[in-house]
Design a protein around this ligand. Structure first.
Ligand SMILES: [Zn+2]
Ligand SMILES: [Zn+2]
Length: 265
């Protein structure tokens, strides 16, 4: 069993990363030069787990400290088999991600932090992890807190991470995969519309792994025989440090503008 844990851990860290890049090379969706501006920064985003882990951990510990010791559904999955933990992880991840994601697009202040993920002008797997740290915390903390409340752990969660690791990297890749799969999974054809700058796709396709919530809440956009072509923001920095600092500047500027507009009424 220990071997399985280690194998899943290492494959999640390096396996999907290299396999998806290889498939991008074999079955490209759009013609790109080998490396674009910002690839080094994107690589750093992929392998800087320390800062993310520390921040998420601090937030989760803080939230857990505010929660009561007992309550409804507490330790629901403590003794549950791996498949039940997998299914619950899928349900919690899908719902929390979808609604947090909509909030990040709807709120102009939070958007400045999520905007970093949307800044790449090239749609390719290396930008999967291009996120502001605060954005990552807002996405992941609800999932970790809820699954912790349920007492979930073990191999079921690792298999879920394995599945999610694939969908994340594949969904952001430049692979020309089968189109019909975009009606079920977050695939490159489906999620590319979420990153596109084409007006008809604005605020569409928020899903994480399965696309069911987008169809359920009317936010799916998946036209036949058409591919998203334009992405990101040419003027946004490709530098990791600037990407972490700039959202605070833009968010503060928006807040000042909002406050001064209230007082000038
Ligand atoms: Zn988004
Ligand atoms: Zn994305």
């Amino acid at each position: 069993m220990q071997d399985m844990y280690e194998w899943l851990h290492y494959f999640n860290a390096y396996g999907w990363f290299s396999l998806i890049i290889f498939l991008e090379y074999l079955f490209p969706n759009r013609r790109y030069e080998l490396l674009n501006q910002g690839w080094l920064s994107d690589l750093f985003h992929t392998y800087e787990p320390m800062a993310r882990a520390m921040l998420i951990n601090a937030c989760v510990v803080g939230i857990n400290g505010l929660l009561p010791m007992h309550g409804p559904l507490k330790d629901l999955l403590l003794e549950a088999p791996a498949w039940q933990i997998f299914l619950m992880a899928l349900f919690v991840s899908e719902t929390s991600f979808y609604f947090v994601h909509r909030l990040l697009h709807w709120n102009p202040i939070l958007w400045e932090f999520h905007r970093v993920h949307h800044s790449s002008t090239r749609y390719y797997s290396l930008m999967t992890s291009r996120f502001h740290l605060l954005d990552v915390v807002l996405f992941i903390a609800p999932y970790v807190v809820i699954m912790g409340w349920f007492g979930a752990g073990g191999i079921g969660l690792l298999w879920f991470g394995f599945f999610q690791g694939f969908v994340d990297r594949y969904g952001h890749s430049n692979i020309n995969g089968p189109r019909f799969t975009g009606r079920i999974l977050m695939t490159p054809h489906f999620h590319a519309w979420h990153h596109s700058t084409e007006p008809e796709a604005a605020d569409k396709n928020f899903s994480r792994n399965l696309v069911i919530l987008d169809y359920l809440f009317g936010t799916a956009y998946y036209p036949k025989d058409k591919k998203a072509q334009n992405f990101g923001d040419q003027n946004y920095s490709n530098n990791y440090i600037v990407q972490q600092l700039l959202p605070f500047y833009y968010a503060t500027r928006k807040m000042k503008h909002y406050v001064s507009s209230i007082f000038s009424r």
